[in-house]
Every structure is written in structure tokens, then in C-alpha cells.
Write a protein that binds this ligand. Sequence first.
Ligand code: UD1
Ligand code: CA
Length: 459
Amino acid sequence: MTRTSQWATVVLAAGQGKRMQSSLPKVLHPVCGKEMARHVLDAARDAAGRRIVLVVGQGAEAVRERLGVGFQYVAQTRQLGTGHALMQAEQALAGQAAHVLVLYGDTPLIQAGTLKRLMAQHEDSGAVMTLLTSNLTPTAGLGRIERDGVGRVTRIVEEAEADEAQRAIREINGGMYGFRADWLWPALHRLTPSRSGELYLTDLVALAVRDGLPVSSVASSEELEIFGVNNRVQLAQAERAMRERILTRWMLAGVTLVDPQSTYIDAEVSIGQDTTILPNTILQGRTAIGLRCQIGPNSIVQDSSIGDDCKVVASVLEEAELASHVDVGPFSHLRPGAVIEQEVHIGNFAEVKASRLGRGTKMGHFSYMGDATVGKNVNIAAGTITCNFDGVNKNPTEIGDDAFIGCDTMLVAPVKVGDRSVTGAGAVVTKDVPSDSLAVGMPARVRRRVVKGKQEGGV
Ligand code: UD1
Ligand code: CA
């Protein structure tokens, strides 16, 4: 059993990632909605605990801003290679941990279980350095592992410096290492520049072998686990692999995916048992979905929370909150700040923004609620619009419990319609309507009091 208290982690993320052809630092490119570096950091934290140093350089400000606190940041001001990058963490960690786990920020598919295996092998073998290697990963661009006649690792050869025979080696360097700290920090200072002028971390292998010290290795068990992303073709490959892993996880956890091929679920989404996701559905960001829901077909749900027993058909939800037993769609759009209470029905062509719809309210056909607070059991008939924007300000609308908003009502905000009041079809409501009233016309005038259940006249 490894003891995480003995370990610290260094994640190298200072390169721009030129081959990405991007103004965004490579490690911030998302894979299934989560920055590549965050995938690595989460796996590292699960395997080796919270002592993590992140080496940043190109785009350091953006990286810090996006990844936030929770790590110690150190700067590599010039990108002089992976060996040089690791050196920058020496001051932060010397004397702090017996072992150092070193990872690159561009290998998003790595899993904590594999890192734990690497750490255990490192401790058990007594090696000064333990590498994760693979025979399963496509070799292009990667360092090749050279072994001697009895199978001991002797050297890592970078592809750029490999001859034909070395390039033919199938075993590659995954770029994840365990080091004994007391050997690592002084050894880094003995690295000499490679042909490219960079200090290669990988040259530590030959250094250890020359010192007569043991180097050990662990094989990765999954084809793409150590897959590194250097360009956007590889980014798409990583995305596909991560996506498949996520889909499999949810199916095994009791979620029905009718068509996994057309289902996209971000890494941080959560889904309750017996929920069914129908084809062409994209669940993004920090979306949380409850039990027994039916989402899709053709829906996009982004950073939203959905309670139990909800149904969302062919609709788009962004930063919306649905309680349980809510149904939405087809063809509706819930925008940021839409808060939908239990048993609300939202039909087709409805848009809700920064508004609360109270329990049991119905909004069946082509309506817009913006900056509105709507009570319980309100009927919002076809074509109702909150005219919330006067060209300068967004103004609020309030609709009381049990109100009945007639077809094509324009609610010119700021305005209030009281509990149990009724507006006539086509009413343009520019003044507050008291409770228990009927308002009709353009601009709407209050006609008479209404008593619930005994409304007189047609509306
Ligand atoms: C590296 C390995 C290679 C291995 C592969 C696995 C070296 C020399 N080569 O190659 O053997 O097979 O990873 O994916 O280590 N970085 C810095 N500062 C620098 C240079 C790089 O922080 O000066 C960071 C980058 O941001 C990146 C990581 O180190 O996250 C790896 O660098 P990269 O240039 O992608 O190395 P590879 O060519 O992929
Ligand atoms: Ca890489």
C-alpha cells in the first residue's frame, strides 16, 4: 500500500503547445468539457493527494485563472524542456516528500488507478525512477523505450533523435514517472542539453543507469490511457476515447442511452438511475440530472440541474433549474436563471430567462417570460410576452398565484398582475392589475372584480 503522505506531484504545463495552432494554452483545451490539465490534476489528487505543484509558463495567467487555487504554481519563464520545467519545482518541494510523481498536463486520459499502480511499483522496487510505458499506444511523436538483453530499461530515445531501428520500437514512454526525491533533485542538475538544446526529463533514465541505480517500469493497461495531445487531431482522438469511457460509466450505473453514438456527456455531468437519454442529446458542463428522467431526443442541456421524473424533448436548457415532475418541449429554450418549480408544464416555443415559474404553472405555447416571478398554478396562454426591456433597463414582471393570462397578453414591465386575476386575449397590460380582477384591451383597463370559479364574460 502506498502512503500518499510520502508523495508530492508535479504537473508540467508551461508549454504553449505550438502544434495546437492556438492562442489558448494547450493544457486549457477542453476534453469532454473539462480542461486537459484538470483531468490530469484530478487523477493526481485521487492517487497521490493534495500536494501538487503546477509548472506554468506560456499563458500562465490564463492557466492560473482557469484552474484556480488548490495547487502551488511555480513559473518556468523560458521553455527549455521538460527536465528544465521539473527543476522549477525543486524549491517548492525539496525536503517535502520522499517520492515525486511527475505528470504532463497534456495526457487527459490517465486514471488514478494506473497512477496508484505506478506508485506502488515504484515503492516496492526501490528504484530511483519508475516509468509508465505502453505497447498499445500509437507511437508517433513519442519517446521510445530501449531495454538491454535482460529486459532492463536503459534509455528513452525521443523520436526526433531516434534512428530507424529505434523508431521501430513499439514500447513508448507515457510521460508519467515516480522518482525518489533525494535522487531526483540533484540528478536534474546533471542533465545536459539534447540536440534540440532542450533539457529532456527523459534523459534521467540513462543517467540513473550510468550511476548503476535501478530504473523500473509499469505497463499501462488501457490503450489510450497515456495518450498525449499535441495537436487537434489528437485532441479529437482524446475526446472520442474520453467520451466512450463516460458513456460506458453511465450505462453501467443504470442510465439508458438509446443511441450512444449520438449522445455526448461532459466529464462533470451526473445522471440518476433509470434516466433515459434519447438520441442527439448533449449534456454539458456541470449538469445534474435526477432519477427516471427522459432527456431528448435533440436536446442540449448545459450547466443545468434537473430534478426527478422530468421530461425534456427537443429543447435547449442553459443554467436552468428544474424541480421534479417538470416537462419541457418540444422546441423550448430555458436560459440562465430560469427556475422551474415542481409539476410545471412548458410546451413548445417557450422561452424563459431569469424567471421563476411557481409550482403547477402551465406555459404551453409560444410565450416569453423574462425577469418574471410567476406564482403557483398560473395559466400562461399562447403568445404571452413579458415586455421586459424598455431599451435601457430590464424590468420585472410579477404574476400572482392562480392568475390566468389570456392569449397574446403583452405584460409591459415593470408590472404586476395580482393573485387570481385574469387578462383578456390581446390585452396590453401597462399598469398593475390588482388581485381578483379582470383586465382587457389596449392599454388594458380593469373591468370588474372576478371571483375565482365564477368568472363572468368571455376572456
Ligand atoms: C514527452 C516526452 C516523450 C513522451 C511524451 C508522452 C520528453 C522530452 N519527451 O514528449 O518521451 O513519450 O511526452 O506524452 O519529456 N513542458 C513544460 N516546459 C517545457 C517543455 C514542456 O512545461 O519547457 C510541458 C508541456 O506543457 C507539456 C509537457 O511538458 O504539458 C510535455 O511536453 P511536450 O512538448 O508535449 O512533450 P512531448 O513532445 O509530447
Ligand atoms: Ca505531449
